[in-house]
Each structure stands twice: as C-alpha cells, then as structure tokens.
Design a protein around this ligand. Sequence first.
Ligand code: IMP
Length: 435
Amino acid sequence: MSLNVVVGAQWGDEGKGRIVDLLAAEADVVARFSGGDNAGHTVTVQDKVYKLHLVPSGIVHPKVVCILGNGMVVNPLTLLDEMAELASDGISVSQERLLISHAAHLITPAHRMLDQAQEEVRGKKAIGTTGRGIGPAYVDKTARRGLRAQDLLDEEVFREKMVAHVTMVNLQLEKIYQAEPMNVHAVVDEYIQKALTLAPHVQDTGYLLRGYLTEGKNVLVEGAQGALLDLDHGSYPFVTSSSTTAAGIFSGLGIGVRPVDRIIGVTKVFQTRVGAGPFPTEIYDDTAGRLRGTGEQPWDEFGTTTGRPRRVGWLDMVLLKYAIEVNGINELVLTKLDVLSGLPDLRVCVAYRVDGQEYADLPFGATSQQMEVCEPVFEDLSGWEEDLQPVKRWEDLPIEAKAYIAKIEAVSGVPVHLVSTGPERDQYVIPSSIR
Ligand code: IMP
C-alpha cells in the first residue's frame, strides 16, 4: 500500500501531469482533490500530446482508476469534451475507470459568466483568472447553495436547483455588474441534457478510496495549480479559490488524516506565473524570451488552459523553501532543465532584501502586499552549452548542471529525486544518490 502525492511548488504549470504520468505506471488509483478545469496538465506519449484539464493524468495508463475528488469543482461540459477526446484516442473513460465524487461541486455556464463579469469590473486590479468560473463555484460551495455531482442523480431536483441558480446569477449580472442576463431555460436545458449523462460516474469516492487504501492499493494523488496559488498560503488575493497544498488531500478526498509516503514537490528550474500578482524574480529581457519559447511547441511557456504567455523569471529559492514547508514536501522533482542550456549565466534568488535587511525566508508570509516590497538577492552560477535532451544518465550531465541541482538541494534541504531533460516520457535523469 502506498499513498503518494504530487504537488506544484510554484505558481502552477510546473509539469506535474508529466510526473504523475511517470508515477502512475506503479499506481492503481490516481485522484485529484482540488481545483477544476483551470488546471492544464500536459502529457506527451511519443507523438501524442494530451492536454488534460479535469481528468487525472493517470488516465493514459489503462489499468489506473481515476477519481475526481469532492474538493474539486467540475464543469460537466468541459469534462464531457475531454472524455470524448480521450475516447477518440482509444483511451477508456468508462464509469469503471473515471469516477466523480458525489460531493464534488459543479461549475455551470452561470459561474463562468460571473467570473468574467467580476474580472471586468476589477479592471486594473483583475486577478487574471482563467475565466472558468472557479471562484464563483467555490463561493457557492461555501455559501451552501452550490450544485453537487449528487444532484445529477435526480433530474427533477437538479432542474429546480439549476433554475434557481441561473436566476440568482442573472440578478447579480444585471444589478451588480451591468451585464446581459442569460436565457434561463435555454441555459438550463442544454446544461442538464449534457450533465445528466455523467450520472453513472457519480460515486461516494471517499468511501471507495478508504477501501482501496485498506486493501493495500497504491494511490497517487495529483495536485493542481501550485503552493503559491493556494487560497490560504499563496500570494493572496492573486490565488485560486481552493487548497492546492498537500494538507488539502485529506478533506478534498475524504480519506481521513493518515501518513503519506511521498510528498513530491514539482518545480521548474526557473520561475513562471500566469495571471497577475507579485513575482520578485521576474525578468523581461532576451533571456525571458528564451525561457518562454515562441509558443510553437506544446511545452513552451504559454497557458495550457488560456493560451496566455506566461511571465518568467529566475528560480526563487525563498519561495521554494516556503512551498516545501507549507506542503511538507519530502522530495523534489525538477523540470525543464534542458531549457537552461545555452544561457551563459544562471541566477538563483537565495534571499530577499527589505528595507536594507536580508531575509533567507519569507519575512511576512507569501501575501501579495508583503512580496511586492521584496527585492531578490541573487547568487550567480555558470551555465552550460550542451543540449540535455539526449542525456539519460546522471553521469552524462554537464558539471555545471549538476552544480545547479546541488545548489537547489543545498538551499532547500530536500533531495532531488528526478530531473526532467525534455518533454518526452523517457527524457529524465535520476541523481546517482537516489539510485
Ligand atoms: P482561477 O483559478 O481561474 O480563479 O484563477 C486564479 C489565478 O490562478 C490566476 O492567476 C490564474 O492564472 C491562476 N491559475 C489557476 N489555475 C492555474 C494553473 O493550472 N496554472 C497556472 N495558473 C493557474
């Protein structure tokens, strides 16, 4: 039996999907516990690139059961699109393989309208949300008026709740946001007709997961977004509306507090962020263009969900250490080391300067106001020229690349277990200390 967790240690987009895909080869179950289709997980298998938003990345492995946990907010329409695409690639998304918690909340077209209207009103202070209705769906959850997957089991009740929900959102759209209302019956009819087809997938997944763990199955939990987007611990208010950190797995899956074997933190070897908010190590020069890529490749730094170019910067160890602490990360996976090839000098932020004083840890937590006044203190390291994509053995990494990894381990105090050197499934190296 094992319970392992993969979480993002930055602002999302660390390459978690790819790592989950690798680890899922040994798993019986892969479960998501938070977020919704704001996430974008890319998995590359030979010449096929899977872009997943709701379905756990484990789906690519035929024997794995995939669970959308109760901590998630699920948009039935995008889920159905994703399922159809997977099915057209010959991947089974049957009710035996893809289960939705009865207590997961549903995102509706009204939530999306509200998300977009709210962002418009925020103007210059916009969060830069993905526009997927995530915030409004979690608001309805906490206000105890949300729609849940279990509502799909009774069409009459579901319709009644949907009509009340869209009517209420229309009021907000008109009276608060001066936006056009929706046609209640058209929206409800279309949504219900499609959403109800998911009913056979709805289960008490907490009960099932507890059973799997008792039976000794290997359960892998796939985090979405990253520590710095966590509703409580992230760069508030520029965060998402869910618990993205490892502690959220217990409530987001309903498995009770129990020991976790591996808490794997995934971080890129540089920093990226999509959306607004503080970013102390952000850069704007030619190097930024190099790190971001042109957008031609699926792994370039453009949002999987929105297509927006990501902001980029140097690796921020102050934030990584914070992410390690708030998650309890006990091993690190580094992604995109190959992208640094050809850069003559590499910078790593090891401290912040505030009012002339240096801090190796976040002086005031990760909130937005505090981070905005932090000036990064960099250490410079030598780069390397060699293309890392063909490298399969630790011994064959350039000495400068090993020194860069050693720096991350030394400052973070957490061992690196795997380093990705390209987008393909087999493009990674395992440090000799781990083998
Ligand atoms: P929301 O989750 O759509 O409400 O967006 C809130 C913030 O989180 C915005 O800055 C988004 O860009 C960011 N965000 C949400 N999901 C992801 C993700 O999967 N990767 C990166 N950023 C994300």
